[in-house]
Design a protein around this ligand. Structure first.
Ligand code: AMP
Ligand code: GLY
Length: 437
């Protein structure tokens, strides 16, 4: 049997709790340590108080504690070069180099690569000058999409429906400095109409291992109303991604991108999370790329891992070692998985924290249900308190999305937390497509 590994997991959300659960259960794991982890992760791993953006702190800890593999949840450390600094010390990382993580770190870099290699995406232009940007918008017309180039915590995108909105978004980024250095350059894009879906694949060099599709719900309110959030729920697989469409996503987007990154001297190792617009055309639905993330989605990771039967550590280690091509195909459960995100009142504005949460054991005892922590803390007397905006993820499996949804909301309803709220319609697009069973 292979040598068992000391694994350092970087991050503190529900995504990392879901990863921790599987890493802790893997026969390949000797020891799991999380930096910084959370209340749920602390039940199954050791947690150390190093944040995900502290690259030197993470590298020093990994060296001093004989870490063999670092699994990186959030993008910030990858864009800052964590995988590169670990490689210099001979430590493996699940997550791309800084040169490859630019796919998420710079929208203009991503668009230039994608355009150069003919991958379908929105037409675009890059600007540093507000006057030129406004002239372009005047010529192109609305709706049009204005994006800060760099990482902007999900807030850097404006869909402008009028020239005035577009001009205001240009000024905010280029003149007002709303996004700091991340907004000194902007990308202005064609607006694509269609249905959004996400696709995930492991990539090492030119080898691509499909992980499947998911759909999340970004708006805070039912019916996709209200401001955008980090994600209010998700499910996998997404029925809009039919087997034929999945093949097109792999053939027209993911595999060409993997080859492009090799050709550019920036081979990609890690998970690719492609945000897609499924655009109706006379020849049927066509996938077009919106964005690339260089990490698992949160909460998409929670549903993907729930469906994955194969040990994820085997897959992540092979990705990190460049040996994905040697693995047998991954095995998946037939069920659908759905997650509902429970948030503190006030989110996505300032959340009300410190409220008490009860009833998690009842929720977790429901068939097919798992509860992941994201923004929780313990009071001195052991009571569970909300400490952030997105607080808990309730994940459920089912024969189809409808059954998974019913179980997830049964679990939600057994949780006693007056200070929290959630959307009640997670999965509606999928359920509308499913035959009534
Ligand atoms: P991003 O931060 O790039 O994921 O963009 C946030 C959201 O803006 C996406 O999930 C889409 O809903 C929307 N969006 C971004 N780019 C486009 C586009 N070119 N056309 C239509 N919608 C877009
Ligand atoms: N749920 C979207 C993301 O993780 O970016």
């Amino acid at each position: 049997m292979a040598k068992r590994l000391n694994i350092l997991l970087v991050g503190s959300g529900g995504r990392e709790h879901a990863l921790a659960l599987r890493i802790a259960a893997s026969p390949l794991t000797a020891k799991l340590i999380a930096a910084p982890g959370n209340v749920g992760i602390a039940e199954i791993a050791e947690c150390v108080a190093i944040t995900a953006d502290d690259v030197p702190g993470l590298v020093t800890f990994a060296v001093d504690n004989s870490v063999d593999l670092v699994v990186v949840g959030p993008e910030v450390a990858l864009v800052a070069g964590l995988a590169d600094r670990l490689a210099e010390k001979g430590i493996k990382a699940f997550g791309p180099s800084a040169a490859a993580a630019l796919l998420e770190g710079s929208k203009s870099f991503m668009k230039d690569i994608v355009a150069k290699y003919g991958i379908p995406t929105a037409a675009y232009a890059r600007f540093r000058d507000g006057v030129a940007a406004k002239a372009y918008v005047a010529e192109q017309g609305v709706p049009i999409v204005i994006k800060a180039d760099g990482l902007a915590a999900g807030k850097g995108v404006t869909i402008a429906n009028t020239q005035a909105e577009a001009q205001a978004a240009i000024d905010e980024a280029l003149v007002g400095g709303r996004f700091g250095a991340a907004g000194h350059e902007i990308v202005i894009e064609e607006f694509m109409a269609g249905e959004e879906a996400s696709y995930f694949a492991l990539v090492d060099g030119e080898t691509v291992v499909p992980l499947g599709s998911a759909q999340d719900h970004k708006a805070v309110g039912d019916g996709d109303m209200g401001p955008n959030t980090g994600g209010m729920g998700a499910y996998s697989p997404a029925p809009v991604v039919t087997p034929a469409l999945e093949q097109r996503i792999l053939d027209e987007i993911v595999s060409p991108l993997a080859r492009a990154m090799v050709a550019e001297g920036r081979p990609y190792r890690g998970v690719i999370f492609a945000g897609l617009m499924i655009v109706p055309t006379p020849d049927g639905p066509k996938p077009r790329l919106i964005e690339i993330n260089v990490r698992f989605g949160d909460p998409e990771c929670q549903v993907l891992l729930t469906r994955l039967e194969t040990d994820p550590v085997t897959l992540m280690l092979a990705t990190a070692e460049g040996k994905l091509a040697d693995l047998p195909p991954a095995r998946w459960r037939k069920e659908a998985a759905l997650t509902v995100v429970l948030c503190a009142q006030g989110y996505p504005g300032t959340p009300v924290t410190g409220t008490e949460i009860k009833g998690l054991d009842d929720a977790a005892s429901i068939d097919g249900v798992t509860v992941f922590h994201a923004g929780t803390g313990r009071a001195a007397d052991g009571r569970l308190l909300a400490t952030g905006g997105r607080v808990l993820n309730i994940v459920a499996t089912g024969r189809d999305v409808a059954e998974a949804q019913a179980r997830a909301y049964r679990a939600v309803d057994s949780i006693d937390w007056p200070g929290g709220f959630c959307r009640r319609d997670i999965g509606w697009r999928a359920i509308a497509r499913e035959p009534v069973s």
